[in-house]
Write a protein that binds this ligand. Structure first.
Ligand code: C5P
Length: 293
């Protein structure tokens, strides 16, 4: 049976600002997003019947449709073709519900696989639009690289790449539902805001320190008290281990620190791993619509 495979790299938010609520129920965002080398692997094969998804042995779901199935159906609607029987399997490495876009990365990789197989000529912008039908961060997860994301998260502007560096990501052992955190933002005036224009300028001049000192996520202000303390503790520990800067990613609770070199990052990796099993050493990844990864 024919099968093709792709990596599904996670993302971090170098900066995350929430400008305010929108009439459609979503929030207006301004974020600097970065793809990183922490990856799931997605395999697409011809199925026997319908759509099947095998996530590391777990066959999902008992009821309703997975995001993967909804995205595949939207893909074939765009091509004006019936959705053929498909068998998708995921090998997970990225922690779920962490603010690392793990679930969206898998769906994005599936869309890239579907394009490779069924419609190689389909522009990335179309794939991003299909992705948006299942989630706000999908367009970025389809495109990858370094980008400014505005609107719901779907209005993307490519940015100069993050200078070569190492990133230590640490996922504490609790989940923060995204919708709940957005609900905590309502009516709130943030005490601090990220200097996104300054970060964009720092990327333009290739200044890692300039990016690192501007890492900022307004969601950190609305975390429940216990979560806030744990996130703050991880940031402090990463900075003590020599990180140039640290912040929570997305709606959390994963926290990351930027380091100039692997040598400088390794002590942080080792030290954080003693407390948090889900600690990873990764590096930045460029746009994902090039040759097959
Ligand atoms: O788009 P997605 O389904 O990933 O969003 C999950 C939830 O996060 C939405 O239901 C909404 O409550 C919130 N959200 C938001 N503004 C955004 C993105 C997400 O309020 N820009």
């Amino acid at each position: 049976m024919k099968a093709i495979k792709r990596s599904a790299p996670a993302k971090i938010n170098l900066a995350l600002d929430i400008l305010g609520p929108r009439p459609d129920g979503y929030h207006e965002m301004r974020m600097v997003m970065q793809t990183v080398s922490l990856c799931d692997t997605v395999t697409l094969a011809e199925g026997a019947a319908g759509f099947s998804l095998d996530a590391d042995g777990d066959f999902l779901p008992a009821e309703g449709k997975t995001l993967e199935q909804r995205a595949a159906e939207a893909f074939f609607r765009e091509l004006d073709r019936p959705c053929p029987p498909l068998a998708v399997s995921l090998e997970k490495q990225t922690p779920a519900y962490a603010g690392l876009g793990g679930g969206s990365a898998d769906v994005a990789a599936l869309l890239r696989l579907l394009r490779q197989w069924y419609a190689p000529e389909l522009p990335t912008e179309t794939l991003e639009r299909i992705g948006l039908t299942v989630g706000s961060d999908m367009p970025f997860c389809v495109r990858g690289g370094t980008a400014l994301a505005e609107g719901r998260g779907e209005v993307l502007t490519d940015l100069p790449p993050l200078p070569p560096c190492r990133i230590v990501i640490c996922k504490p052992d609790f989940d923060l539902p995204t919708a709940e955190l957005f609900a905590r933002v309502r009516g709130r005036v943030f005490q601090g805001r990220p200097d996104i224009d300054g970060m964009v300028n720092a990327l333009g001049t290739g200044c890692l320190e300039g990016v690192a000192k501007r890492l900022y996520n307004v969601f950190e202000e609305v975390l429940p008290e216990e979560a806030r303390q744990e996130v703050r503790g991880i940031k402090t520990a990463l900075l003590r281990c020599g990180a140039l800067g640290a912040a929570m990613s997305g709606s959390g609770p994963a926290v990351f620190g930027l380091f100039q070199t692997e040598e400088e990052a390794l002590p942080a990796l080792e030290s954080m791993r003693m407390w948090y099993a889900q600690t990873f050493l990764v590096q930045p990844v460029g746009r994902l619509d090039g040759p097959v990864v």
